[in-house]
Ligand binder design. Structure first.
Ligand SMILES: O=C(O)Cc1cc(O)ccc1O
Ligand SMILES: [Fe+2]
Length: 519
């Protein structure tokens, strides 16, 4: 682990102190609290990092503890901050055990007659047993009790989640939503991540395992003794406001705005928050997210595999509790109860795992000569359909970058696309729309629905001096692009959050054409 990397991590994970109390001996915790007290209270801005204040403290204890810097630094970080450790890489075969229980992972086989420490073995399959080896995904979990110990699931009412899209009236109009609202007023002011899920668009069918759904969430409380799993598909979560402290069966993940997390189908997770938290979710049915092929780009670039992070094993042994497991199955929610924590996995190995990625690590490729490249150059992850190169959904970002194209209209071109484009904004503003499209909001340009820069953007970009400029500085927007024709449920059209004036962005576009004089 590099020093700079480590210092950066300290800044990012110091909010994990609360979690540290579960795993650290009391003396270590005291050390941690002393260190924490030396830093100012967390800043409201996600972009300010006070980690430099810790540098002298860390250096001193590192020296005292001796050993290799890697060893002492990770211990220190663990002591002070409940340092969350991650395994790096995309699609690897990982193996991890909670350090409190050495030897928990069976060696040389998956299903010993008796597992170490009396654990139960449980396989979680992410692909058919017989899927080709290069696509095959599964993990083995070694847990205190298997997941099968629970009361029967009962349907739980939910009015804002659906995966059955064909029943709704379609609309080809350009749509733009104001920032997704936080719940206001009792009894709706206390809403956890799962209860706040709100289907904004989707297509396909969870029962035939092909399609997608797009959700917004705006949560105000943590999930208390309650976890969620999704039998229908994988969740790609894009936090826009507020960090998510996600406990999963595979370990714990902290995800902040400008990072994303993927929780594959079936994996149980629970979301804790410290502040009201809002964001977007892309769900794909029956397929998994993968890195796009790089073609002529070569072996490196875009989202590099090494920058993806998967949690290390972590468990809690809580019994005699009233724990609720919420399942999404065929688009409906069900709940069952059990008397123990589902986060009882002491060790696991496999390649079917949750992972996170920091969007700031994206290596951006673009033109250095002329013309506007198609946005596929910004693809972070793709969930492919059976048609080559055609996605159920791509996750594409528009990161800060240099714009240097010569003799070119630099913003996005006007276009009509055979794909559906849902866009969201994490921070800042989007280059083709200076106003109207706000952080936390969204837009949908459906199949063949014309769209492009607003009138102000067109006029400005047509006359701008074409010097090298930073584009999208301090901003991050993204697109969920799908080959499927998206349907918007009636609540997302009629709950008052749609920007009824969106079409007016283009009405002022002037005619510039002048008929050349005929010879
Ligand atoms: O519509 C949009 O704003 C997204 C988009 C961006 C771009 O640079 C090129 C095509 C495109 O659809
Ligand atoms: Fe577009």
């Amino acid at each position: 682990m590099e020093k700079t990397d480590f210092i950066d991590r300290i800044g990012r994970y110091r909010h994990g102190l609360m979690w540290a109390s579960d795993i650290l001996p009391p003396r270590a915790m005291m050390l941690g609290v002393v260190a924490i007290k030396r830093i100012p209270s967390p800043s409201k801005s996600a972009f300010i990092d006070h980690s430099w204040l810790l540098r002298p403290i860390l250096t001193r204890y590192t020296l005292q503890l001796g050993g290799t810097s890697c060893f002492s630094e990770s211990i220190l970080a663990g002591l002070a901050f409940g340092y969350l450790t991650y395994l790096s890489g995309f699609g690897n075969e990982f193996a991890t055990e909670d350090p409190r229980v050495p030897g928990a992972l069976p060696q040389g086989q998956n299903s010993p007659q008796v597992c170490p420490h009396g654990l139960y073995a449980e396989q979680l399959s992410g692909t058919a047993f017989t899927a080709p080896r290069k696509e095959n995904k599964r993990s083995w979990l070694y847990r205190i009790l298997p997941s099968v110990v629970h009361t029967p699931f009962k349907a739980t009412p939910n009015t804002r989640i659906t995966n059955n899209f064909s029943q709704f009236q379609p609309t080809p109009n350009q749509l733009r939503w104001h920032p997704h609202p936080f719940p206001k007023g009792a009894p709706f002011d206390k809403v956890d991540f799962v209860d706040s899920l709100y289907t904004t668009a989707g297509a396909g069918d969870a029962t035939t395992r092909s399609g997608l759904a797009i959700y917004n969430y705006a949560a105000t409380i943590s999930m208390k003794d309650r976890c969620f799993y999704n039998a229908d598909g994988d969740f790609l979560i894009v936090p826009q406001e507020g960090a998510l402290k996600i406990t999963t069966e595979f370990g714990r993940i902290l995800v902040k705005p400008l990072e994303i997390v993927v929780i594959p189908s079936g994996i149980r997770f629970s979301v804790d928050i410290d502040t009201p938290s809002r964001g977007y979710v892309l769900e794909v049915f029956g397929v998994h997210f993968e890195l796009p092929d790089l073609g002529p780009i070569g072996a490196n670039g875009l989202a590099n595999a090494r920058d993806f992070e998967t949690p290390t094993a972590w468990f809690e042994d809580r019994e005699n509790i009233d724990y609720r497991v919420v399942a999404k199955y065929q688009g409906a929610l069900f709940e069952s109860t059990q008397t123990f924590s589902p986060f009882n996995v002491v060790a696991w190995h496999g390649n079917y795992v949750p992972f996170k990625y920091d969007l700031r690590k994206f290596m951006t490729i673009n033109t250095v000569s002329f013309d506007h490249c198609d946005p596929s150059i910004f693809t972070v992850l793709t969930a492919q359909s059976t048609r080559p190169g055609t996605a159920i959904a791509d996750f594409v970002i528009f990161p800060p970058r240099w714009g240097v194209a010569e003799g070119t209209f630099r913003p996005p071109y006007y276009h009509r696309n055979c794909m559906s484009e849902y866009m969201g904004l994490i921070v800042g503003c989007y280059e083709a729309k200076e106003g109207g499209f706000r952080p936390g909001g969204g837009s949908l340009h459906s199949i063949m629905t014309p769209h492009g820069p607003d009138a102000a953007c067109f006029e400005k970009a047509s006359t701008d001096a074409l010097k090298p400029v930073r584009v999208a500085e301090g901003t991050m927007s993204f697109m969920f692009e799908s080959s499927l024709s998206l349907v918007v449920p009636p609540w997302a059209l009629h709950d008052g959050n749609v920007d009824e004036d969106y079409h007016k962005d283009w009405l002022p576009l002037k005619k510039h054409f002048v008929m050349p004089k005929q010879a």
